[in-house]
Design a binder for this molecule. Sequence first.
Ligand code: PLP
Length: 450
Amino acid sequence: MSVRPNSLEARDAASQMHPMVNLRQYEKSGGLIIESGEGIYVKDINGKRYIEAMAGLWSVAVGFNEPRLKEAAIRQMDKLPYYHTFSYKSHAPSIELAEKLLQMAPVPMSKVHFTSSGSEANDLTCKMVWYRSNALGKPEKKKIIGREKGYHGVTIASGSITGLARNHECFDLPLDRMKHTSCPSYVHYGKTGETEDAFTQRLLTELEDLILREGPETVAAFWGEPVMGAGGVLIPPAGYWQGVQAILRKYDILLVADEVICGFGRTGKMFGCETLGIEPDVMVVSKQISSSYMPISAILVNDRFYQPIADESARLGVFGHGFTASGHPVASAVALENLKIIEERDLVGNAARLSAHFAERLAHLAKHTLAHSSRSIGLIGALELAPWEGTATGSAAAAIAAAAEEEGVILRSVGEAICFCPPMIITQSQLDDMFDAVGHALDKVAARRE
Ligand code: PLP
């Protein structure tokens, strides 16, 4: 595809450096320009409608034109469009949102700190982990263990905890302090003849060996998404998180749960930690907190985490961190309204109720000649494709994603998987429309390959 001169596509390609694209290819092909949204649908500038099967970037829980969020933003804009939370100042929207999050948290949490993106939240959590170790007189306890295929963002610290080569290559990441342990996806990394239980045990042994090799006194925290999202919707086996937590407790290592995708209902319960039986010291939330209508993220910390940091700030005289937009009043007001909508409309229940149908429809697609298997939990899932011989990894999934777009469904390909994470307001018949269209896309691609 090449872009028409002077079109919006051409102006876009000429003016923007986009994330997560081949920049040279973008110069030539441009991108799909979205103009409006309604419910689970978005429309491009040519009037073509798509089901947004990824809820944007795993984030638009309430759909693309929720009037209550617009009204909440306008009300707050009228009253106080901006104020900060630095230097002994605060404002009601951030206070109310902090209280709401503490009340929703699945385990007792003590304080909330606001940031604007998932990357910032993970980055700052990392800094706070280091600050806390210093405060406790353990300056050597600084290493962080993430997981291969884990995704925690792209800033220097969060990008280092991320375990994806594409986010490290050429950026001089990861930092030395960040280590990675194996990805708990049995379908990808289970060895021939290895049972799922044996796989889980192998991973737990690897984790403990890594901690012992590095020296437990040097390892401060373990980071994980309850269910990995951007790595390709990778669901850990039963017993994995219980085993990980037992090891972390044994060596006094903090657990940070990155709920940026799982949080606020995606897995069929309010938090992924509840679905997977995780009791973290820190929870990082973003995306569905505001349905991404406004950029906002939050870090929830328990007392064990908070107290040494507070003591140290008293000793130093200040907690020397903060962003201009920390707890932004308009973003906070929108997030608060969004959480009310999620609760009032029981969108978590909707995800739980639809999860069996979602899984069935995915399993049906997995019978296609181009497919290998499917996996899902709540309203997040993936269809793994059979790799195409003689082509680069990801060719099959990229071709299906492109064909799905022709059929009016926007999805995401990751490796040889295509991922689904639709808005949580989706209905059963809309799910059927989405899977029917993807079925047609699979048939189309199969026919083209014959
Ligand atoms: N953590 C997880 C689990 C994510 O999925 C993402 C983004 O997809 C991030 C962190 C980074 O968030 P952001 O893109 O807002 O920096």
